[in-house]
Design a protein around this ligand. Structure first.
Ligand code: GLN
Length: 541
């Protein structure tokens, strides 16, 4: 029998539901259960792919090419599982399916309504993920805040699931903010009480309440939450601020949350998976007790919103923990170098230069200045996706003498379109889900840096791009010393570049960060961090 856990949020968004959901999954894994996780996003977009990362945060890409909410990234990193695009359910998808069915005539004669047709489709999607995953426990996180108009059909659907699946197979967890007043240092539970009331009004009585607060809640606050939430004191937990979010499953487990959930759902742990707990603890320890530190300049376009680069940030943590190195990332707006070119010399202070993904012309000149600086001063460089493409443009211009070489994304009339739209992209008019997406096979050339890092000649990495290296320029680029050490199986699509005469100059068309996990860092990030550290130690700093 599958068990369903639903996570809702109260008081305000960004309260850490994603981390609590991931942590619940981790606690269940500690007890030997298999889990999967679904994120519900009540917006009308079909997927996150067309949203601006600068406002909504990074778009996470799954193996099967889903452009999803960044919470799926947290689920994958915490639970070490590969999710599908089906694990992200949106209003857009639900309505699209129901409307298609209506047009086909599936509901002939009936009035199509939110209840039962929309709610049925929501439940169908949740159960489909349950079935396909074969997991013991399915976690479903409802995005947004209880009370939002657009979230209502989803809450109604999960309310119905209790009736259909049974009390012993369903569990509602409500996560809400408990602020602490500056003046009196008092913990205020009133907003949380109101959000619980709002949830009850919809027909859901939470089984567990997680208070999200800066510090561990006081006994007094805990008792109030239990009393007004109509739950036992043992069912109130606190997700307080910790030095790293990877600690959250540990602090919740210490409070007894894992045991409480199992008891409530009648899940009898076959045996505690000590190996899993130890693995997690040792990662947290490694992360927190690094012997070294390095400073990396991230030269990008979305630097005002850290969430735009969340998987990259985490990939650096995983890579850093694996070589006892704390990676300090300075977010530098690429346009700064365009406005004040002399500022490029600030990069001297860094142990490595990193150019992430991006779209459109803004900031590309500044990014290329940073790439050139890295190349000419032999500073370790890692480029991802746009960073890879811009490294090709920079090399074409400054090392191959191809004047005004460019990507046609930046200049359609460039005399040397070294980066160009992929042929199949010419036919697409639609912007949604039409990029080259998801995991694709890459053939790695033997004896190269890429081969050393990946330890294999065949790898799979995740993609999200419309442009690529123009095959017509491969020969001239390689003649000048650049090596394409990773290519698509047919050989025509360039996937990895490196400059063998440099200490570490590496870039990929794919995004290694999407597959990076605690204890299993992405090889390209790991190689870069290690190179930055080696260079720093060699310089005797
Ligand atoms: N804008 C580039 C492209 O579409 C790179 C995309 C990216 O960095 N994800 O190909």
């Amino acid at each position: 029998m599958v068990k369903y856990i639903f996570v809702t949020g109260g008081v305000l968004s960004s309260v850490g539901k994603g981390i609590v959901t991931s942590s619940v999954g981790k606690m269940l894994q500690f007890r030997g259960f298999s889990v999967t996780a679904i994120k519900i996003d009540p917006y009308v977009n079909v997927d996150a792919g067309t949203m601006n990362p600068y406002i909504h945060g990074e778009i996470f890409v799954t193996d099967d090419g889903g452009e999803t909410d960044l919470d799926l990234g947290w689920y994958e990193r915490f639970l070490d599982i590969n999710l599908s695009k089906e694990n992200n359910v949106t209003t857009g998808q639900v309505y699209q399916t129901v409307i298609e069915k209506e047009r086909r005539g599936d509901f002939l004669g009936k009035c199509v309504q939110i209840i039962p047709h929309i709610t049925d489709e929501i439940k169908r999607r949740i159960r489909m993920v349950a079935k396909k995953s074969g997991a013991n426990v399915v976690l479903t996180e409802c995005g947004g805040t209880v009370g939002d108009i657009e979230g209502l059909p989803f809450l109604e659907a999960i309310r119905q699931m209790r009736l259909e699946e049974g009390y012993e197979n369903t569990l509602y967890i409500h996560v809400a903010l408990v602020p602490i007043l500056d003046v009196t240092s008092e913990m205020k539970t009133k907003p949380l009480q109101h959000s619980v009331n709002e949830l009850r009004r919809i027909g859901i009585q939470p089984d567990i309440i997680v208070s999200r607060s800066a510090k561990m809640i006081t006994n007094e606050a805990l008792e109030k939450i239990a009393l007004f939430g109509t739950i036992p004191k043992e069912a109130v937990f606190c997700s307080y601020n910790v030095s790293t979010i990877y600690k959250v499953p540990l602090i919740l487990d210490e409070q007894g949350m894992g045991d409480y959930i199992c008891k409530r759902l009648g899940l009898i742990p076959k045996q505690i998976n000590v190996g899993e707990i130890e693995k997690w603890r040792s990662f947290v320890n490694a992360l927190e007790n690094c012997k070294y530190d390095i400073r990396v300049a991230l030269v990008g376009k979305y630097t005002g919103l850290i969430d735009s680069y969340v998987s990259m940030n985490e990939a650096f943590k995983h890579a850093g923990a694996a070589c006892s190195t704390k990676v300090i990332i300075d977010f530098i707006e690429a346009e700064r170098f365009e406005k004040s070119p002399e500022k490029i010399n600030d990069l001297k202070e860094y142990d490595g230069i990193f150019v992430p993904y991006g779209f459109g012309p803004r900031g590309t000149a500044g990014k290329m200045m940073a790439i050139q600086y890295a190349r000419e001063n032999n500073i370790p460089f890692l480029g991802i996706c746009y960073g890879f493409q811009l490294a090709v443009v920079e090399f074409a211009r400054n090392a191959c003498g191809l004047e005004n070489a460019n990507s046609t994304e930046i200049d359609e009339n460039t005399p040397h379109p070294v980066i160009d739209l992929m042929p199949e992209q010419h036919q697409t008019m639609y912007k949604g889900a039409t990029m080259r997406l998801g995991a694709h096979k890459i053939i790695v050339k033997e004896g190269t840096l890429a081969h050393k890092l990946y330890g294999s000649t065949e790898i799979y990495e995740r993609h999200r791009h419309r442009y690529e290296v123009n095959p017509e320029y491969v020969e001239i680029l390689e003649k000048h010393g650049l090596i394409f050490s990773g290519r698509s199986p047919d050989g025509r699509r360039m996937e990895i570049l490196e400059l063998p005469d440099k200490f570490f100059f590496f870039a990929s068309q794919f995004h290694g960060e999407f597959k990076s996990r605690p204890g299993k860092p992405s090889p390209e990030y790991y190689g870069f961090v290690k190179a930055c550290l080696e260079r720093k130690l060699n310089r005797g700093e």
